[in-house]
Design a protein around this ligand. Structure first.
Ligand code: GLY
Length: 410
């Protein structure tokens, strides 16, 4: 009996897919243990005994509530967005939502994406102005449209249609810090080639030391009317423009997972710049058969290695969360041909959670640009901060704001 054309085409598609997915999967298919549709799935991971949440340090303030939501059986994405929203609502977090540091024109533009494990759906918005809770707008895109991603003006109009209020996101402290940046450092901007480009040269050491520059900025901050308790932070943001962001990955006792990321992105960025946070597969990726991961740090570098997706796929192939994250970081190092002078200008932290509750926080450098060890927040029944496992020891340096600083001799 001959094959029909339809049977032939369907068998041809299966063969092509089997060849593309690698030796192990093919062997399993041939043994008849898995259908081709299951071939990319690793062994089934057990469910955790308790809910587990991993997030950025700033998420510590609402992680207990998020964990209780999971304990009470609420939806995993609702719990993740509860933590993201708390940072978006907090004007003191100047890297997310209300009070986020603006772009080079003084306009706050927000990015966010989310993935809901149980329904395997995703939503994202990028470059949104005037709307504070973009993490909820990303969920609205997921729930109420046939799209995954909306950006710019269209995303803003969609948000308003969904009932999100338009509001001014530029708080007075952020506006004054932007003015301070304009007056003192805006020639060190994001125009021109970046450190991943061969034309880019490591900047010459500045004539004045970092400490003197910091002191001068703190004095000037007073002239701009920046409150005394915010002056050191203003100097820091001008010397080392933050990429900020918060990511949340979590799992409940049923093994259901979700992930979400939200940010105001790189401070003083070019208008319209999108980082990794709205990019599903870079800033956030979740497949509850395996795990969930997300990133904070240099969005451009993370996009190039599709970081969150890469990590989840590494875990699918059997790596531990820590190994999966380290392998992703190695890809960034490879993209820079192991050039440590350039890699100094990359900051990257991954938050990684496997379905069975195993987790890792990994970072490219051990310390942030101010020299503080990088940490992350976790809750698995008790809430705590842990230090990241770093691929490289030392500080990263934000680019391109400041040439490699001359440290004050003590
Ligand atoms: N990771 C946040 C950003 O680059 O915008």
């Amino acid at each position: 009996m001959g094959f029909s054309r339809r049977q032939f085409l369907s068998n041809a598609a299966v063969t092509t897919a089997s060849l593309a997915i690698g030796g192990d999967a093919i062997a399993q298919s041939q043994n008849g243990n898995q259908t081709p549709g299951q071939a990319s799935q690793a062994r089934e991971l057990p469910k955790p005994k308790q809910p587990v949440i991993i997030t950025k340090v700033t998420g510590k303030q609402s992680i207990d509530q998020g964990w209780q939501m999971l304990k009470d059986g609420q939806d995993t994405l609702d719990a993740a967005l509860h933590i993201c929203k708390a940072q978006e609502d907090d004007p003191n977090d100047q890297t997310v939502g209300l009070g986020g540091l603006p772009n080079e024109e003084g306009v706050v533009e927000l990015d966010s994406c989310c993935m809901h494990g149980p329904t395997r759906k995703a939503g994202s918005v990028g470059g949104v102005r005037n709307i504070k809770n973009v993490c909820l707008v990303a969920r609205d895109v997921m729930r109420h449209t046939g799209h995954v991603m909306l950006c710019g003006e269209g995303a803003e109009r969609f948000a308003v249609a969904m009932g999100h209020p338009r509001e001014n996101l530029l708080t007075e402290p952020s506006r004054k810090m932007w003015l301070l940046w304009k007056e003192t450092n805006s020639t060190q901007d994001w125009w021109g080639a970046g450190p991943d480009d061969t034309r880019w040269k490591t900047p010459e050491a500045p004539q004045i030391t970092l400490e003197r520059k910091r002191k001068k900025l703190i004095e000037l901050a007073a002239d701009f009317g920046i409150e005394p308790e915010l002056r050191e932070r203003a100097a820091e943001y001008i010397l080392f423009p933050p990429t900020g962001t918060i990511h949340v990955s979590l799992v409940n006792e049923k093994g259901e997972m979700s992930g979400a990321t939200t940010t105001s992105g790189l401070a003083w960025k070019l208008p319209g710049r999108l980082g990794d946070s709205p990019v599903v597969g870079a800033g956030c990726y979740c497949d509850q058969d395996v795990g969930s991961a997300g990133a904070t740090g240099s969005g451009e570098e993370n996009i190039k290695i599709a970081g969150a997706h890469t990590i989840v796929e590494n875990m699918r192939r059997g790596m531990s969360p820590r190994e999966a994250g380290m392998e992703a970081l190695q890809r960034i190092v490879r993209n820079y041909n192991h050039d440590m002078n350039r890699l100094r200008y990359v900051e990257m932290v991954y938050y990684i959670l496997r379905r069975d509750g195993q987790y890792a926080g990994v970072s490219l450098w051990s310390n942030n640009p101010s020299g503080k060890p990088l940490r992350f927040a976790v809750h698995d029944g008790s809430s705590r901060l842990e230090q990241t496992v770093a691929l490289l020891q030392g500080n990263s340096i934000s680019w391109p704001a400041e040439p490699k600083p001359v440290e004050e001799k003590r």
